[in-house]
Design a protein around this ligand. Structure first.
Ligand code: IPD
Ligand code: CA
Ligand code: CA
Length: 267
């Protein structure tokens, strides 16, 4: 595959991330509600998406583009992603609530999908200047160096992150039992508020597993190829093959933990 894809993903994710990091030097952050009282969007999310879309459309005029702020639902996005065309799927600011609260756990995600499979992608963590990239068949890199998952294969030692899918109140309740089970079985649990940060940390072995029941394609398009190329297990929360319809959530783990962890996730 053309390695210009992953290079562009990395450069554009970094540019958007640096833009977000310095946004408040030039703009006042305006926070709005999106779907409900718990779902937020800011002018920084929108401006970041505008920048990413502009750059990608200039570089790859024949490719499609889907960004979170386009407001498409999961079924519509899955339908686009199953097609023959290359489609860029981007989250211009993952961890908006953390960003609003000046917490550094946020990221930019730029992924490229074709025929339902992520083929290249980049996740950039602006506060740490960490760029995770991967191209199908070529491994996963952190600032240009290969990464791999942890060797943890014992739940009792697993350092795990989760998310409440905070914008979806019904989902908070559904997740509660799983959170209790993981707290009792695993070495440690954190809820960090950015899917892309958690995915990137799992890919490079700083943490051992992550799950979320309420993600969308833009949260995981880059992450899926980065995780798989690093050597992590990627699946639905039940351990079934992952697809972009996002119906049964998202789970990633060090390969030695996948079976035990998916077992904990069953209702
Ligand atoms: C959200 C974050 C959060 C996760 C949500 C995502 P956003 O993305 O990744 O950690 O729990 O499910 O939607 O809205 O900040 O881009
Ligand atoms: Ca997101
Ligand atoms: Ca977002």
């Amino acid at each position: 595959m053309n390695d210009g894809f992953v290079r562009a993903a990395g450069e554009i994710a970094r540019e958007a991330g640096q833009f977000l990091k310095h946004f408040s030097d030039h703009h006042r952050l305006a926070v709005e509600h999106k779907g409900n009282d718990f779902d937020f969007v800011t002018n920084a999310d929108r401006e970041s998406q505008r920048l990413i879309a502009e750059r990608l459309k200039a570089a790859f005029p024949d490719h499609r583009f889907v960004g979170e702020e386009d407001g498409l639902d999961d079924a519509a996005v899955a339908d686009i992603l199953s097609g023959d065309e290359y489609c860029w799927v981007c989250d211009p600011l993952d961890g908006t609530v953390n960003y609003i609260h000046h917490l550094g756990l946020y990221a930019v995600s730029v992924g490229l999908v074709r025929r339902g499979r992520a083929v290249a992608g980049a996740i950039y963590l602006p506060e740490w200047d960490e760029l995770f990239t991967a191209q199908r068949g070529c491994g996963a890199l952190l600032n240009g160096r290969p990464v791999k998952p942890s060797s943890c294969d014992d739940l009792r030692h697993a350092f795990v992150t989760a998310d409440m899918a905070a914008a979806n109140v019904e989902m908070r309740g559904v997740n509660m039992d799983r959170i209790k089970r993981v707290i009792m079985a695993a070495g440690g649990l954190r809820i960090e508020g950015s899917a892309c940060v958690c995915i990137a940390q799992t890919a490079c072995g700083r943490q051992d597993a992550y799950w979320n029941l309420g993600l969308h394609a833009w949260d995981v398009a880059a992450g899926a190829v980065i995780l798989e190329e690093a050597g992590c297990a990627v699946s639905t929360v039940f351990g079934d093959p992952f697809t972009f319809d996002m119906k049964d959530g998202f789970l990633c783990a060090a390969p030695g933990l996948k079976g035990a962890f998916a077992g904990l996730m069953r209702p």
